[in-house]
Write a protein that binds this ligand. Structure first.
Ligand code: PRP
Ligand code: URA
Length: 207
């Protein structure tokens, strides 16, 4: 599986703001929004484009547009903080939703919402979730997408654990990963270390 870890000073400063336990909900959300823009920029680096003539106020020149704008799929709750930043950069993108809450004891994904187009044949899909920990939530989402015939999937995650990266690689599913950091490990509660805590709670407050 291809993993791209974004290496840029701006990404690093935004990630530092998100990691900092002193950042309040609004500061955390703003940093996540801005970092998502950088991750989406990288995720689209090799995207095919269609070229066509456009008129500037002065002359005719060649313009470009994305050949296939991706379907954006935020994983609720935490992925909500990424979807508007992504949609602002790709205004033609459609948006689907998956809702999953990890069981705090077993760490298994517990799905509660699915709102996706039936047929994803030929459509690139960007799954938006700030955290890739055990990989259970992402794998569940990837299986939903693969069952709808998606074959070009990008997981866009702010912080990833080595365990989650390995789970995606071992799955054999058609996915690549764009992330701002691959951290050290998971702790006994399956939280990413050093990580940034609970990405849903840090945006929206505790449940
Ligand atoms: C977090 C996160 C991922 C998941 C990652 O969501 O946003 O979806 O945990 O963990 P995993 O890789 O071990 O599955 P959580 O279940 O806490 O729900 P929330 O977004 O509603 O806070
Ligand atoms: N979910 C989170 O929000 N944070 C973690 O570190 C692991 C799972």
């Amino acid at each position: 599986m291809r993993t791209d870890t974004v290496d840029h000073p701006l990404a690093a400063t935004l990630l530092s703001t998100m990691r900092d336990a002193r950042s309040d909900n609004a500061t955390f959300r703003n940093a996540l929004r801005d970092l998502t823009g950088i991750l989406i920029y990288e995720a689209l680096r090799d995207a095919p484009v269609v070229r066509a003539p456009i008129d500037t106020p002065v002359a005719v020149t060649e313009g470009v547009r994305l050949a296939a704008p991706p379907l954006l799929v935020p994983v609720l709750r935490a992925g909500l903080g990424m979807v508007y930043a992504a949609a602002d950069l790709v205004p033609q993108a459609r948006v689907g939703f998956v809702g999953i809450a990890r069981d705090e004891q077993t760490h298994e994904p517990v799905p509660y919402l699915e709102s996706l187009p039936e047929d994803l044949t030929g459509l690139p899909v960007f799954v938006l979730d700030p955290m890739l920990a055990t990989g259970g939530s992402m794998l569940y989402t990837l299986e939903l997408l693969a069952a709808r015939r998606a074959t070009d999937i990008t997981a866009v995650c702010v912080v990833s654990a080595p365990e989650g990266v390995a789970a995606l690689a071992d799955s054999g599913l058609p996915v690549r990963l764009i992330t701002a950091a691959v951290d050290e490990e998971l702790n006994e509660n399956a939280y990413i270390v050093p990580g940034l805590g609970d990405a849903g709670d840090r945006q929206f407050g505790p449940r």
